[in-house]
Design a protein around this ligand. Structure first.
Ligand code: GLY
Length: 356
């Protein structure tokens, strides 16, 4: 008989895990409090940017590198199986330093990154301009190119995951908030407003909402890491397709472009709980920072601005693995890198469940 797994949370993490499990013969139910991919997964810019994100030693960096390497095959397989187009571009990233001090810091970071397989090289100002014509070179002290950085449109990924999950008979239950998971006798009971689901294993992958799901076992409550949202703002411009091929970044500002021409600029970080509202000052600040990097943006109004909730836990280290003595797996806390970490998280969690 097929193993029954309930995956709680249908973002890119839960959706990828459900797909991998279903491919390997599991009977999967995927439950979400809202719509599949309706939160951080659709809001994200879709940077697969180990060069920009792995800037200090942390526990998940090996997994991030593994996931980066898995990405081209993950996208190819997902696009092939779903028949959906996925906008994935491995054009690298140009990172700028505006002062001697920033440059020294970037060089030091790049040397450390090189030691773990994140390669980059210094660009002359002319080389940077050749890669990104119109870049504001006047205020630039130095630039480096990170060839391994890439981008993907997370909405394309979510559309494709919905399609492959459906084709593989994953039971998708949307607008159903799971309240509690109870582990007992080698099984898991999943409490939902639509009734009790019984499973041989469960995965908690509800992003910033994960910590709100009560978890218990035969001996009572089992503590799980507290989760919380870190709100980020993004804005988008309509621009000419092919205008910006690599990611362009400087400090906490980044710019990237979809194949369609849509140019996205970010970002901000705010710990304001689940407040979705747009802060006009932050939107204006991102526009101003983006315009300093690409001056042509100064004269264009953003066509859209939005916020998203990065799913964080207190030490900003994702929790990916089995909850001791239970058949419950945690897959949350991916913070700024959920899109990047999805393929490796899905491999790890589905592999552990099916071999346990
Ligand atoms: N991964 C980029 C961000 O969270 O803004």
């Amino acid at each position: 008989m097929a193993i029954r797994v309930v995956v709680v949370g249908a973002g890119i993490i839960g959706g990828s895990i459900a797909w991998r499990l279903a491919q390997r013969g599991a009977e999967v139910t995927l439950v979400d409090a809202g719509a599949m991919g309706g939160e951080a997964s659709s809001a994200g810019a879709g940077m697969l940017a180990t060069g920009g994100e792995i800037v200090s030693p942390h526990g998940w960096r090996q997994m991030a590198l593994e996931s980066r390497d898995l990405y081209p095959a993950f996208v190819q397989e997902l696009a092939g199986e779903s028949g959906c187009g996925i906008d994935f571009r491995a054009n690298g990233a140009v990172e700028l330093a505006a002062s001697e001090q920033e440059w020294a810091h970037l060089e030091e970071r790049a040397a450390a990154q090189g030691g773990i397989g994140i390669h980059s090289h210094a660009l002359t100002i002319q080389e940077a301009l050749d890669l990104i014509p119109g870049l504001e070179a006047g205020s630039m002290f130095g630039a480096r190119f990170f060839p391994g950085d890439a981008i993907v449109d997370p909405r394309d990924i979510m559309g494709a995951l919905r399609s492959v999950c459906r084709a593989r008979r994953v039971r998708l239950v949307e607008h159903c908030a799971v309240r509690k998971l109870r582990a007992a006798n080698g099984t898991v009971q999943v409490y939902t407003p639509m009734g009790l689901l019984k499973a041989d294993a469960a995965v908690l992958s509800s992003g910033a909402w994960s910590g709100a799901v009560e978890v218990s076992g035969a001996q009572g409550a089992i503590p799980t890491p507290v989760s919380f949202p870190v709100r980020g703002h993004l804005i988008a411009y309509l621009s000419t397709p092919g205008r910006l091929n690599p990611i362009l970044r400087h400090q906490n500002t980044y710019l990237l472009q979809r194949t369609s021409g849509r140019l996205i600029a970010g970002t901000s970080e705010e710990r304001v709980g689940f407040d979705r509202s747009l802060d006009p000052d932050i939107v204006a600040d991102i526009h101003s920072r983006a315009s300093r990097l690409l001056p042509e943006l100064a004269g264009i109004a953003a066509e859209q601005s939005w916020t998203g909730f990065r799913p964080a836990v207190e030490d900003l280290e994702p929790r990916i693995g089995r909850l001791e003595s239970t058949r419950i797996w945690l897959a949350y806390g991916h913070y700024r890198n959920g899109i990047l970490l999805a393929p490796a998280t899905a491999e790890r969690i589905s592999g552990q469940i099916l071999s346990s």
